[in-house]
Ligand binder design. Structure first.
Ligand code: ADP
Ligand code: MG
Length: 397
């Protein structure tokens, strides 16, 4: 792991910046970079990827395509990632040609839930009681404190995928079999009072800026809404301090998000970390002086980090493909549901609402298609506007 205490040389526009992964996070990184005159290249195998649609250059290739990685590494003065499951080898190869931040070692810490939890503990954070499960026999003596529990695949889970709630050892054994016995983590299901997340940016010189924490509500494992208000909650400073400690322990360079559970007695439990901008930081585009994506550009380019000041209380509402199927009856001939474009005009008629769509052609239930950022002079006003906009989209806040 790099000891990141030496500042990066500054890269000035129109230098090329690269991003591995072409989803919505890459797209918003690209937009932030292009706004200040950088040229952006993206690597994503999907010819229609949200970032590929707008980047200056799209390497439409697999993440392990060595030829593409060499070309990208030679073109770009620096490369970052928009998702944690990029193969470690991809970032290592890119690193032979160009600056890569966060580096492969820091990203690797977040790719495996067992590695991640051990790292979080070493960094001084409390985590949910857990057991690593690599064979069915590991479950035989699972302690009672792990139930009710959640069996999670150690790798490749996102948006609640690869997770099964289990009441007892035998349910856990069944779930492990159903998950094809891939390595898992069994975690105690905690009674959550709240969920908060801290997005921060750390420069190569060790400088850190963090945003106001977001309060997050998930539905079926997918983030539904984040609420951000400035008033200092007693837990905020503690969460920010912990997030900073975690970033420093990883010698992390770039934007990082730490998700926390808040328990009834006010204890903070670190859930997981994301080595990239995060869905709970999307409001920063309109609500903060510098967005999380601008910070990603700044950290990568070796620029001074931006101010994270919140301009106004904000509510972020995710728009899933479900909003295209509000009252759709299956097509008589194909029995397939017919999607209907949501009433964007009605959404945009509401003051303080900013609509983001990611350019994904096919709406599917549970698929993140876009989001709304809603600002208000007060948290109540932002909430009221968000409720109004959500109602148009059939989203229950
Ligand atoms: P993902 O990678 O899918 O985001 P998470 O581990 O963050 O996976 O789980 C998604 C959501 O499921 C969490 O934000 C939380 O709402 C719920 N959840 C996950 N683990 C626990 C737990 N140990 N106790 C209670 N709720 C949990
Ligand atoms: Mg999560």
């Amino acid at each position: 792991m790099s000891q990141s205490t030496t500042a990066f040389d500054v890269l000035y526009p129109p230098a090329w910046l690269g991003v591995v992964g072409g989803g919505q996070l890459g797209r918003m990184f690209c937009q932030a970079a292009q706004r200040t005159g950088y040229q952006v290249a993206v690597l994503d195998p999907d010819p229609q990827s949200p970032t590929g649609q707008i980047a200056h250059k799209h390497f439409c290739a697999a993440y392990d395509d060595e030829q593409a990685l060499q070309e990208m590494g030679q073109l770009c003065a620096a490369v970052t990632t928009e998702f944690e499951n990029v193969p470690a080898r991809t970032l290592q190869l890119l690193g032979q040609y160009t600056r890569v931040a966060p580096d492969a070692d820091a990203v690797a810490l977040t790719q495996d839930r067992a590695v991640e939890k051990r790292f979080l503990q070493q960094a001084g954070a409390q985590v949910a009681p857990f057991l690593e499960v690599t064979a069915a026999s590991d479950l035989e003596h699972a302690s009672a404190e792990l139930f009710p529990g959640i069996l999670k695949t150690a790798r490749f889970g996102y948006d609640g995928k690869g997770q099964v709630r289990v009441a007892d050892i035998s349910a856990a054994q069944q779930a492990f079999a159903a998950l094809q016995q891939v390595p898992c983590v069994l975690e105690a299901q905690l009674p959550l009072e709240d969920e908060i997340s801290v997005v921060l940016v750390r420069g190569a010189d060790g400088q850190v800026r963090y945003f106001d924490p977001a309060h997050n509500e998930h539905r079926e494992g997918i983030l539904a809404v984040s609420r951000i208000q400035e008033q200092g909650h007693p837990l905020y400073a503690q969460a920010q301090q912990m997030a900073q400690q975690i970033a420093s322990a990883a010698a992390y360079v770039g934007v990082l998000c730490v998700e926390f559970f808040v328990l009834a007695d006010g204890q903070l439990v670190a859930n997981e970390i994301a080595p990239r901008p995060h869905n709970s930081g999307h409001h920063t585009i309109e609500a903060c002086l510098s967005s999380q994506f601008e910070q990603q550009v700044r950290a990568l380019a070796g620029l001074p980090l931006g101010a994270t000041t919140l301009r106004q209380p904000a509510v972020m509402v995710n728009i899933l493909g479900d909003s295209w199927f509000l009252d759709s009856a299956p097509d008589a001939a194909t029995e397939a549901e017919q999607p209907h474009t949501p009433d964007w005009a009605a959404v945009q008629a509401i003051e303080g609402v900013f609509l983001h769509l990611y350019g994904k052609a096919e709406p599917r239930r549970g698929r993140k298609m876009g989001h709304l950022t809603v600002l208000g002079a007060t948290a109540q006003q932002a909430e009221q506007r968000a409720q109004q906009a959500a109602a148009v989209l059939g989203i229950d806040l």
